[in-house]
Design a protein around this ligand. Structure first.
Ligand code: SAM
Length: 299
């Protein structure tokens, strides 16, 4: 009797913009992701932005992978408080038309942004880089941020180098990603090869970025942003929201339905393991700790 082996094809979540957005929105609702960023923005960022824009009449800012803009606008308000008289030229770079639409919608509802001129670039960071080089632009930036986006580029090191090369004197490049010590870091240590199946969905943590910068001799500061995510629904078989959260955690479309039983069991076991989560009041709380890395252009 011949043995039939089932093949399991995992499709990356990033190939499905609308499902990705549904998953990301639910992730934001179930986690303290944006709250921990806002705490960082109000407690640490004002000091980080202290020397940005010294002696200038306007500021150039680039947001890479800005999404729906909620965090960008929070940072712009801090920048404005620091430098109330300065106009801001803001380049927004994101390939998702859905996200850019939400961002523009948010901007249209805020009456107090008349100090900002937005330029919308519906494209990936590498397309932005190509255009920049074609234009032979000599424009420099005072503040560049990449919040939770370096997972989606082919070569995170090259992307950082390019944007670092655009910094003005005293300019700052802010990167936020999950920490190597987070549940994400532990999940990827065990399942990177089986989950991150495309070169546009990398399992990169701040641990990797810090190693890379140290190897290149680039100075940086880092800040831990403690954060949690309630993943209890992932353990209710057939739960629709649990499935969306699992897709987001694994970056695989329909993970529950398309992963092999062994992979699914292994991932679920690890997600509730103390390496990744704590159990509290009957809930499974995943360690979503982030880390901010700040690179400064000194000259
Ligand atoms: C996890 S979301 C983060 C959004 C926002 N920065 C935040 O923290 O709320 C990742 C964003 O990166 C964008 N993105 C994906 N691939 C990208 C690329 N190659 N270059 C620039 N942005 C990209 C996505 O469209 C999405 O808006």
């Amino acid at each position: 009797m011949s043995k039939v082996t089932m093949a399991y094809f995992l499709n990356s979540l990033v190939n499905n913009d609308s499902r990705y957005l549904m998953c990301f929105q639910l992730f934001l609702e179930r986690s303290s992701e944006h709250q921990c960023m806002k705490d960082f923005i109000h407690q640490q960022l004002p000091h980080i932005l202290d020397s940005v824009g010294d002696g200038k009449s306007d500021l150039n800012v680039i947001g890479v992978g800005s999404g729906a803009g909620e965090i960008d606008l929070e940072m712009l308000s801090v920048l404005h408080q620091k430098h109330p008289g300065l106009m801001v030229d803001m380049e927004v770079v994101d390939p998702s038309s859905l996200q850019l639409h939400s961002y523009r919608d948010l901007v249209s509802k805020k009456p107090d942004l008349d100090y900002v001129k937005f330029t919308w670039n519906e494209m990936t960071s590498s397309e932005f880089e190509e255009r920049w080089q074609l234009k032979r632009s000599t424009k420099k930036a005072d503040f560049i941020h990449m919040i939770q986006m370096l997972y989606y580029v082919k070569d995170p090191g090259a992307t950082i180098s390019f944007f670092q090369s655009l910094l003005n004197k005293n300019g700052k490049l802010l990167i936020i990603l999950v920490s190597g010590e987070s549940g994400w870091g532990k999940l990827w240590q065990s399942y990177k090869d089986q989950l991150c199946c495309t070169d546009i969905s990398q399992c990169v943590t701040t641990g990797d970025i810090k190693n890379l910068l140290s190897t290149k001799g680039v100075n940086f500061h880092s800040y831990e942003l403690p954060s949690q995510m309630d993943i209890s629904e992932c353990f209710i078989e057939g739960d629709e929201k649990g499935e969306l959260l699992l897709d987001f955690l694994t970056e695989v479309q329909d993970f529950s339905k398309t992963a092999s039983p062994e992979l699914k069991d292994g991932v679920l076991d690890l997600l509730r393991h103390p390496d990744c989560s704590v159990q509290s009041n009957g809930k499974v709380i995943f360690n979503n700790t982030l880390e901010a890395i700040v690179i400064e252009q000194l000259n």
